[in-house]
Design a protein around this ligand. Structure first.
Ligand SMILES: Nc1ncnc2c1ncn2[C@@H]1O[C@H](COP(=O)(O)OP(=O)(O)OP(=O)(O)O)[C@@H](O)[C@H]1O
Ligand SMILES: [Mg+2]
Length: 464
């Protein structure tokens, strides 16, 4: 048994040689292996046999040594495989630790080395960690405000290499989110790539400042084009934007590594690049931080009134289908190039989605086309859009289509069967006040609003 003992004693040396990353590793294995064999031979020859037993001993010795040799070979091979695996695991862990975030330590100067590392990090799919001073430098002390929303204020900025950025400075909340949890969410958002998603370049997680650094979208958000009389986009372009947006959401739900529910699909979160190509913004934020009170829904602060699915304000389970609902509401607004709720409109058209349902139910989709000023050449696409929107806003989440189906239906690749009434559930409210029921359907954010005017004023507040 001595040779095997020798092997056990030998093992540490052997590990050491595996840990060294020299190219001599293979020869080290070989020399170690021959050392081992030598040990085995030596041990065998050290035991002195009597002369009469020489021939039987020599054949026994050769059997023993060949058995021992085979055992040794097997054990060594297993040990080598184990060590290689272990080494690979260690290498992978180290690289994961370094890829999750990389820190820009230089407080005052962003030199070329930093920039090169930053660009390399982007290529390697990792968001970069910046300091507060970096953010101050990039935004020239928060000089140009782009807008604000439920999570914070957005400023325009520029990296030292000229790349334009949008910096979202997150509200300080009571929620003392742990750094690791923040990093984990950032890791997910930062590794999510699609042509229809706004890219996260980096973040800041200092005591004084928490911020997210995004690619800058030159044309701003879709709402300014949909609802501003002077900035109308052609309907064909809007149709493309609708499909691009659906593809972005489809990626979040069905194609990226970790499924992401957006919770806040709305025209303000569809940003447009120089060519008016759409990119969905703010995905992953719902898990990353709390919203402020301006967008609050009493069931946990998710979604924006008018776009939030019923299950977000009622005690029902919430799934990715809440995004499908919000997308449906967005689709109505794209179709009509108007807000879904305009209280100054004739009462029948006050809440656009329900007006469309009534038209569809009565076989009068032509009236919708005329009302929305949709040219003849676009009517097929617009009709499809109508039906898809009605499917998306179904009350039961399971009845809503997947985003993959949405894309296919909009592109004319999937047949669209006639939608069922998505607003059936509102009938129970209709007895007391039809406007209240529509407000509930639109606003959806409050359970404290006990009357029609209170509900309407909430909707007004949230529309501003
Ligand atoms: N990456 C960006 N590039 C250019 N402008 C941006 C970018 N991100 C945000 N903005 C601008 O800042 C505004 C405010 O964005 P923000 O996301 O804070 O608010 P919101 O989308 O209205 O609400 P929410 O908090 O629900 O997302 C947007 O309407 C848009 O005009
Ligand atoms: Mg936003």
């Amino acid at each position: 048994m001595r040779p095997v003992l020798s092997l056990i004693q030998f093992d540490p040396t052997y590990r050491l040689c595996l840990h060294s990353q020299s190219t001599k590793t293979k020869s080290s294995y070989q020399s170690s292996f021959s050392r081992l064999l030598k040990t085995s031979n030596t041990s065998t020859t050290n035991s002195t046999p009597s002369s009469s037993d020489t021939s039987s001993m020599s054949s026994a010795t050769s059997i023993v040594s060949s058995v021992v040799g085979s055992i040794v070979t097997i054990v060594v091979v297993i040990a080598i495989i184990k060590c290689i695996r272990k080494n690979r695991m260690q290498a992978r862990n180290t690289s994961m630790q370094t890829t999750s975030v990389s820190v820009v330590k230089d407080e005052t100067n962003i030199n070329m080395v930093t920039i090169e590392r930053f660009l390399a990090d982007i290529v390697k799919e990792r968001p970069v960690r910046f300091t507060t001073q970096n953010i101050i430098d990039f935004t020239q002390n928060f000089e140009q405000k782009l807008g604000s929303g439920g999570f914070g204020i957005v400023y325009k900025g520029q990296l030292p290499n000229g790349v334009q950025i949008a910096v979202k400075v997150l509200h300080k909340t009571q929620d003392k989110r742990a750094e690791e949890q923040f990093m984990a969410e950032i890791g997910t958002i930062g590794r999510t790539y699609h042509i229809n998603l706004v890219q996260l370049y980096g973040f800041c997680f200092d005591d004084t400042l928490k911020a997210l650094i995004y690619e800058y979208m030159e044309k701003g958000s879709l709402d300014s084009y949909l609802f501003d009389e002077n900035q109308k986009l052609k309907w064909e372009k809007l149709h493309e934007i609708a499909i691009g947006t659906a593809k972005g959401i489809r990626y979040l739900h069905e194609e990226c590594q970790k499924k992401i529910v957006h919770y806040d699909i709305k025209p303000g979160n569809v940003l447009l690049d120089t060519n008016f190509s759409p990119k969905v913004a703010d995905f992953g934020l719902a898990r990353l931080c709390d919203r402020d009170n301006s967008h609050i829904s009493l069931t946990g602060g998710r979604g924006t009134p008018g776009y939030a699915a019923p299950e977000l304000w009622m005690p029902y389970p919430v799934t990715h289908k809440c995004d499908v609902y919000s997308y449906g509401m967005l689709l109505f607004e794209i179709l009509g190039r108007r807000r879904n709720l305009i209280l100054s409109q004739a009462e029948s058209q006050e809440w656009f989605p329900r007006w469309i349902w009534h038209k569809f139910e009565g076989g009068e989709l032509d009236g919708v086309m005329t009302n929305c000023r949709i040219e003849h050449s676009n009517r097929d696409k617009a009709e499809r859009m109508c039906k898809v929107a009605l499917w998306c806003v179904q009350y039961q989440p399971d009845t809503r289509p997947s985003m993959n189906s949405v894309v296919r239906m909009l592109e004319g690749e999937e047949e669209i069967i006639a939608p069922t009434n998505p607003f059936q559930y509102m009938m129970s409210f209709d007895g007391s006040s039809s406007q209240w029921s529509e407000s509930r359907g639109y606003s959806t954010s409050t359970t404290t609003a006990t009357n029609e005017s209170e509900a309407n004023s909430l909707i007004h507040q949230n529309q501003q």
